[in-house]
Ligand binder design. Structure first.
Ligand SMILES: O=C(CO)[C@@H](O)[C@@H](O)COP(=O)(O)O
Length: 243
């Protein structure tokens, strides 16, 4: 088992920074109404290493500080990271690890049980692309992945295989809930927030009638604009610290 304090100083610094990012982003899950109790998790790859950071399983969000974030190998095993040996990583660690092993472009993974997205997952129905916000963020429908039992590679495999055929950063795992990916954990949290928002709005629309899917050429145009033009240069949503 690797020992964090034996790693190079720059790696230890990268781990420390990633722990802080992951700890801070967990607060966004209850703040955005995406979880109840402890039912959700965030992870981020430690850039330039074969490690990632994820929350400890079943710990209350108000106790998720940087020093209790668990550091894992890409096989999902915990390294000697300074946390108590008995502190277990998230029960979805295997799923996050599988994504990182098979999607080198992915730097962050999020899982929630947000109510509207999970309701669509319960039905096993993709969220149709009927809104410009869906074209912007998801580039089409939000797909449904297979039902998979927690704890081994099956959820991760379902995520990777489903998203291999979609531009969406979100997948609704059948009868379980949404998983999202991103270039980093913040992008994956954003995708989780937007996934819940459009799941709710499309549900509301379907109470009023049958919304029509957007034409593909509009979806493609909207997606390209949002992904490449929208917002500030560099894509950061925060103005503080900008020159
Ligand atoms: O979906 C499940 C359990 O079914 C888990 O993702 C959820 O309870 C969160 O578990 P963790 O606290 O991350 O171990």
């Amino acid at each position: 088992m690797r020992v964090l304090t034996d790693l190079a100083p720059d790696v230890q610094a990268a781990v420390a920074a990633t722990r802080q990012v992951v700890a801070d982003l967990h607060a966004e899950l209850p703040r955005n109404g995406l979880v109840v109790w402890t039912a959700g998790n965030v992870s981020q790859r430690v850039a330039g290493t074969d490690l990632f950071v994820i929350k400890p399983s079943g710990v209350s969000y108000d106790e998720l500080t940087a020093d209790v974030m668990v550091v894992c190998e890409l096989d999902g095993s915990k390294i000697e990271d300074g946390t108590p040996a008995r502190l277990q990583p998230s029960s979805d660690t295997a799923a996050h690890a599988y994504v990182y092993r098979h999607r080198p472009d992915v730097g962050g993974v999020v899982h929630t049980h947000s109510p509207y997205a999970t309701a669509w997952a319960a039905l096993g129905e993709p969220v149709p692309c009927v809104l410009t916000m869906m074209a912007d963020e998801f580039g089409g429908p939000i797909p449904v992945g297979p039902f998979a039992i927690i704890g081994d590679d099956s959820i991760g495999r379902g995520i990777v295989e489903t998203l291999s055929e979609s531009r969406s950063p979100a997948v609704l795992m059948r009868q379980h809930g949404p998983f999202t990916i991103g270039k980093d954990a913040r992008a994956a949290v954003k995708a989780a927030v937007m996934c819940e928002e459009v799941a709710r709005t499309v549900h509301l629309a379907r109470q009023l009638g049958t919304p029509a899917p957007l034409p593909q050429h509009h979806i493609d145009h909207l997606y390209a604009r949002y992904q490449n033009v929208y917002g500030q240069p560099g894509g950061d949503a925060h103005l503080k610290g900008r020159s």
